[in-house]
Write a protein that binds this ligand. Structure first.
Ligand SMILES: Cc1ncc(COP(=O)(O)OP(=O)(O)O)c(N)n1
Ligand SMILES: Cc1nc(C(=O)O)sc1CCOP(=O)(O)O
Ligand SMILES: [Mg+2]
Length: 229
């Protein structure tokens, strides 16, 4: 059965405690890195993380081997740790283990969450891509995922996507299961509302922060206003 572990709701330690009277904490921001970064990226990340509450940061660098990602990861991971932001590695359980990351995000072809759990231990946050599929989400929950991710809700230029769920999948999930759900794909401060209202526990965003004409600081501030944080 799906794990109803209370820790599953605590990506940001201490956050949930402020909302003990509610059955689920309010929706939080989950920031995804640009697909490529250089060493100067930490300045941008610091501006983003200092602009408003960010629960988690995912290092998602495509087209690089684990060794190259590890070299770029070190200052980024330190920055997240200094600010109490969960540091999640995309795709690679081995890299997450090597870096001592807080967790790993697995796509449907990135490995079995059970193997990830065995390698990373009980405290690791393991997230699983579930596209627009209730079936995949229940499978991920059964396999011990700490969150399930649905998307892409809106058009995105960050990734080629084939699946476009309706916001109602978020409400369906949160009504039935305690495991948090993440909404992803083309989310901006202006279009996040229906996903938050439908029940997203997290909104995961990339382009609307890193490609924002007004800069990452203003973009995170705008998300904080949308989320009422
Ligand atoms: C929070 C979150 N949700 C979905 C994804 C997509 O993962 P995946 O399908 O493995 O695609 P890539 O990101 O690896 O291109 C994600 N990374 N994070
Ligand atoms: C990484 C990713 N996964 C998706 C999915 O649907 O599973 S959509 C996506 C891209 C997210 O970036 P942006 O906020 O710029 O759209
Ligand atoms: Mg992947």
């Amino acid at each position: 059965m799906i794990d109803h572990d209370d820790d599953a709701l605590k990506l940001d330690p201490g956050f949930a405690d402020r909302f003990e009277h509610q059955s689920r904490p309010p929706c939080q921001l989950y920031l995804i890195s640009p697909p490529a970064i250089d060493l100067g990226f930490t300045d941008r990340l610091a501006r983003a993380l200092d602009a408003g509450p960010v629960a988690a940061f995912q290092l998602r660098l495509k087209g690089l081997d684990d060794h190259s990602i590890a070299k770029l990861a070190e200052p980024v991971q330190r920055l997240c740790a200094d600010r109490g932001v969960a540091f999640i590695v995309n795709d690679s359980v081995g890299l997450a283990k090597r870096l001592g990351a807080d967790g790993v995000h697995l796509g449907q072809d990135d490995g079995d969450p059970r193997d990830a759990r065995a390698m990373l231990g009980p405290d690791a946050q393991i997230g699983v891509t579930c596209h627009d599929s209730r079936h995949l989400a229940m499978e991920a929950g059964e396999a011990g995922a700490d969150y399930v991710a649905f998307g892409a809700f809106y058009p995105t230029t960050t990734k080629e996507v084939q699946h476009h769920p309706e916001p109602s999948i978020l409400g369906w999930w949160t009504t039935l299961f305690e495991v948090p759900c993440v909404a992803i794909g083309g989310i901006t401060p202006a279009n996040a509302g229906p996903l938050i209202e439908a029940g997203a526990d997290f909104i995961a965003v990339c382009g609307s922060v890193w490609n924002a004409p007004e800069g990452e600081r203003a973009a995170v501030e705008a998300f904080a206003r949308t989320l009422n944080l």
